[in-house]
Design a protein around this ligand. Structure first.
Ligand SMILES: *Cc1c(COP(=O)(O)O)cnc(C)c1O
Length: 421
């Protein structure tokens, strides 16, 4: 038998009867009201970025010559510093610390190592054409991290405070690691993470956790010459399921997907297009959202179609959300944006009838990556590509977003980072 985790008797649920209706949504609401309560009485402490302490590195490391050089090895090269914040159920969030980048110390019995109590975020910081550093909608990442944390019973926090910590790390490491004279289109990749650290075996919500933020290099993945080639997921595997946690950026979603990805790569494809259910609904491409543009059979209308969020199967990507918003705003009248379930059979049919226009994957890592082929059960479905770089709409949308990221367009989605020189 597994060791008994706790001798506490479970307390009856506060809102009995409601719990079995929509546990995930309720958990989020409860946690948010907890934050509000914390603010009132101050104990245990809430996450407070204004308390950040600074311990600068005594052994600064050299900055790689380029993203390509930085990513040539087998280890992610990170900047000089990281931010860590410990949490304890009794005392709440400890003082956030900016300190030299380096190993963490964990007991072998730490919760995360056994029960996957881990969630993370991924976002980039961009050196703009005006010399300023920008984050792209970081508050969306902070909010999503809260949703992910709650899904795996890690502690809640005020998303604004996480956003401030991300900004603080870049204020310190940005000037050196993403200098003003960096080549155009340069970026760093930020990885906020939270893990359960309590050193006690037994399946239970951890009473200790660690939030940390690192910044480092990630290879450029958005310009696959000739487009990305996707292989649909194996018949006996799904990435996520209704009632599961596909909507949360938790580590537990990714390890089990690697087998199919490895197999697809060995067959010459870049990523897996994850299908769901016997109907074969298209969900996500690797760890990015997936868009298909086609002409409606009934009306001839151009439609940009992507999987919906309401069944919580897919991740609510910041890139996806931005594409949906921009396309609705700027392509109104020309393209209809549709968030709905659609099957691989529909895509095959559109191909057969000459109605397929484009497809692309979208996410922070892949940015907007045109897809030129989907392989499904022995059949190739080619997608038109106007040029080797991609289709017209993918490239149009990509340049709109990139203009915001690199400060070519002044937009509320670009958050300027004040730099410590
Ligand atoms: C991170 C991620 C995405 C992309 O989200 P962005 O916020 O656009 O980076 C999409 N799908 C999955 C499964 C992811 O993990």
């Amino acid at each position: 038998m597994a060791p008994s985790a706790t001798t506490e008797t479970p307390k009856p649920a506060e809102h009995k009867g409601e719990q079995d209706v929509d546990l995930t949504a309720q958990a989020i609401e409860h946690k948010l009201s907890d934050i509000a309560k914390l603010k009132q009485n101050g104990s245990p402490k809430e996450l407070d970025a204004s308390k950040l302490t600074y311990e600068y590195t005594k052994s600064p490391r050299p900055v790689p010559a380029s993203i390509e050089a930085a990513c040539a090895g087998a280890e992610t090269i990170c900047t000089d510093h990281m931010i860590t914040v410990a949490w304890d159920a009794e005392t709440g969030w400890a003082t956030p610390e900016l300190r030299p980048y380096g190993p963490l110390s964990l007991m072998p019995t730490a919760s995360v190592l056994h029960y996957a109590t881990e969630c993370f975020e991924g976002l980039k910081v961009y050196r703009g054409v005006d010399g300023r550093l920008r984050l792209f909608r970081p508050y969306c990442n902070a909010q999503r991290m809260l949703t992910s944390a709650i899904r795996i019973s890690l502690p809640a926090f005020e998303p604004k405070e996480l956003e401030k910590l991300i900004v603080a790390l870049m204020s310190v490491d940005g000037p050196k690691w993403l200098p003003r004279d960096a080549p155009p289109n340069s970026y760093l990749y930020l990885r906020p993470t939270m893990i359960g650290t309590q050193a006690q075996l037994g399946v239970q919500a951890p009473k200790q956790a660690l939030l940390f933020i690192t910044a480092g290099y990630l290879p450029r993945l958005d310009s696959v010459v000739g487009g990305m080639r996707l292989h649909t997921s194996p018949e006996d595997m799904v990435r996520a399921w209704v009632g599961g946690f596909g909507f949360a950026k938790v580590g537990a979603n990714y390890g089990p997907s690697l087998q199919a990805t490895l197999e697809a790569k060995s067959r010459g494809f870049h990523q897996v297009l994850w299908l769901y259910g016997s109907e074969g609904y298209c969900t996500e491409a690797g760890a990015s959202n997936f868009f298909v543009m086609l002409k409606s059979r009934e009306t001839g209308q151009l439609q940009l179609i992507t999987a919906p969020l309401d069944d919580r199967l897919i991740l609510d990507g910041v890139t996806r959300r931005s594409i949906v918003q921009l396309a609705r705003e700027r392509l109104a009248g020309e393209v209809e944006v549709v968030e709905r379930r659609y099957t691989i059979a529909e895509v095959i049919e559109a191909h057969a009838e000459g109605r397929l226009v484009e497809a692309f994957a979208a996410g922070t890592a892949y940015f907007v990556a045109p897809v030129s082929l989907v392989h499904h059960r022995g059949q190739d479905i080619p997608f038109p590509m106007e040029s080797a770089a991609g289709g017209k709409y993918a490239l149009q949308i990509k340049s709109w977003i990139s203009d915001i990221m690199y400060g070519r367009e002044d937009h509320a989605w670009g958050l300027v980072v004040p730099e410590k020189e």
